[in-house]
Design a protein around this ligand. Sequence first.
Ligand SMILES: [Zn+2]
Length: 336
Amino acid sequence: MVELLHENPEIYRIDIPLKGNALKNLNCYVLKSRGESVVIDTGFNNPDCKDALDAGLAELGISMNHTNLLITHLHTDHCGLAPGFRSKDSKIYMSKLEHELIRKWKHRKYRWEMDAIFRQEGFPQEALVEAAKRNPMIVYAADTDYDVVPLRDGDKIEIGDLTFTALAMPGHTPEHMCYYLEKEKIMFLGDHILYDITPNITVWPGVKHSLSTYLINLHRMLTYDIEIAYPAHRGIQGKTLPQRVEEITEHHSRRLNEILQVLREHPGSSGYEVASRLTWSLHGESWDTAPKRQIWFAMGETMAHLEYLMEMEKIFRGNKLVNGQRIHTYFLENKL
Ligand SMILES: [Zn+2]
């Protein structure tokens, strides 16, 4: 399905279904200018996404190997189909750091580092194995390698009459890029800000302070002159950016308070125990029966919040031995 969103510049949305995924859809944006075109994000590397992208591009008279691709971030719902854009007439643009991370993901060592972070919070090994089987970063990854024009914060990309500025907004991922048309006052948000759901913030090997970095960049978005802001998933209007920034900030502050309350009642809980005591919408399932993939996301989010509370010196970390393995435990700072 293709929808014309904006006439000058010409902006279209291709609705890419993400079947079986809680995100439901990807908003793939296509812009045309003076005989050139650019696609922002692709969908998973699976037949449903590929069919929807192919059909949408065909309707617009564009082919993958004769356009350009801007990737907002490394998640496979955004870049799973990127190899199809490789050709001498197309350029693929992406954060330099995130392109390197995609390559690292292919190596077991990096995934082990990620697993080790979860294990030291008490996440059960069998749940890790189960969650990995459905990890979209593995299941729907691009099937072949591809080169990109590596982007850094502030880089300009010229397509027809359009000039995009790549804005590094780390938080949701280590160097998530938003793309800004300054003259037209239009921002492509990727997953940095979504209108209907809260972007997932988690921990990454070698990356510190995901949540505080995210919150800084969340508010940084309000420093740009923006008339229209397009998110990568679900609804594309209905709320203003300042409203969403406030709501998302409140969401995190509620979560942080909830964690403090859990630690007040259960000092010395492991990260996993904290996560299991928080409220999650698990589609009617309990913590123990919910799919391990969902528990894995919840755990990642909890760790990012625990790290933030340590950074703010509201809690501190200890250790305990469980089945011969040393895992982290958390306590409120005395002053609270
Ligand atoms: Zn994402």
